[in-house]
Design a protein around this ligand. Structure first.
Ligand code: MLT
Length: 321
């Protein structure tokens, strides 16, 4: 749906706001996840979707609409609160810079509801590579320029951007293989057809625990408490390589204010739910802390990320594939 039509729809729905909001949600709500099932965005969306279904007494159903680095799904919303998004903030803001088909403005055309999880990226390699730590891996990649490949959820996805930075900072030439989500990419890493991923805990945790992949470092300044044996990038020999993903919920701009209020109140209740917190933390991810846990904070973060990634894409000459 193009944005001219969305604006007309927005005006129509705004006029209907009081009745709509009183009843909301009076039917199932679709959460569009713009990546394949099984990846980090999908996993976070399902955890919160279950909470929202229970809290609001209607099903919040996940629809995976993958393609074009996560931008295909972003075009499908209507401003009524019955189709909302869960997206990874980096590809959400990078999409319109990379894909001419992504005719949306990530700030103006969306209403922030809340951040679901922050997740550091991890350097994850296939189990049978001859490298047991980051230094050995970088040395091996330097000895084999252009021969090692990494999987991502498509050009502009967080897993892509994180590996572009990794390649630049480590001074290695690695080859990008885009997928429709990091879930399917991880399957290929386990199967041995990929060499590397710059993945999030939300995705790789199960495979790491099952011993089917090797995790070399976490791309942040401190070790994750739940993974005390994984060194930081600095400890592993690549200081300054720090990159973290944020998964967030948005409605479309023009959604009636009382509907937005119900969604944001429910998000705040989700943050307090011990079972939900545990599920997110068990996946090597963190919930927003005070100051990060409001729609305003997500709005400001989205704006900051848009500037950051637009710049990085231009400087790194990153292209959609
Ligand atoms: C990303 O790499 O941007 C996403 O987290 C991908 C996914 O959820 O599959």
């Amino acid at each position: 749906m193009k944005f001219r039509s969305l604006i007309v729809l927005a005006a129509t729905f705004a006029a209907m706001a009081p009745a709509a909001a009183q009843e909301y949600p009076s039917r199932p709500v679709t959460i569009v996840v713009p990546f394949a099932a099984g990846g980090p965005t999908d996993v976070a969306a399902r955890i919160y979707g279950e909470f929202f279904s229970r809290a609001l007494g209607q099903q919040f159903v996940i629809e995976n609409a993958a393609g074009a680095g996560g931008t295909s799904g972003a075009l499908r919303a209507a401003p009524d609160g019955y189709t909302i998004f869960v997206h990874n903030v980096a590809p959400h803001v990078a999409g319109p810079v990379l894909y001419p088909s992504a005719q949306y403005d990530p700030v103006k055309n969306f209403e922030p509801i809340g951040t679901l999880a922050f997740a550091a990226h991890y350097i994850v390699i296939r189990k049978d590579l001859p490298a047991t730590n980051l230094k050995e891996f970088i040395a091996y990649a330097k000895a084999n320029p252009g021969k090692l490949n990494y999987g991502s959820a498509g050009a502009g996805s967080a897993t892509h951007l994180a590996c572009v930075l990794f390649g630049q900072q480590a001074g290695i030439d690695i080859v990008h293989v885009p997928y429709r989500g990091t879930g399917p990419a991880l399957n290929d890493l386990v199967a041995g057809t990929l060499d590397l991923m710059c993945d999030q805990g939300l995705n790789m945790m199960g495979q790491y625990q099952g011993g089917t992949v090797r995790v070399l470092a976490v791309a942040q300044a401190t070790r994750f408490p739940g993974l005390p044996n994984i060194p930081t990038s600095a400890e592993a020999g690549l200081p300054g390589y720090e990159v973290s993903a944020a998964t967030a919920m948005y409605a479309i701009a023009g959604t009636p204010k009382p509907v937005l209020a119900r969604l944001t109140e429910t998000m705040k209740a989700a943050y307090k739910d011990p079972a939900l917190r545990k599920r997110i933390e068990d996946l090597a991810s963190e919930l927003p802390v005070a100051g990060q846990d409001t729609p305003e904070a997500l709005g400001a973060f989205t704006q900051k990320e848009a500037a950051r990634w637009t710049d990085a894409i231009k400087k790194g000459n990153i292209k959609a594939q």
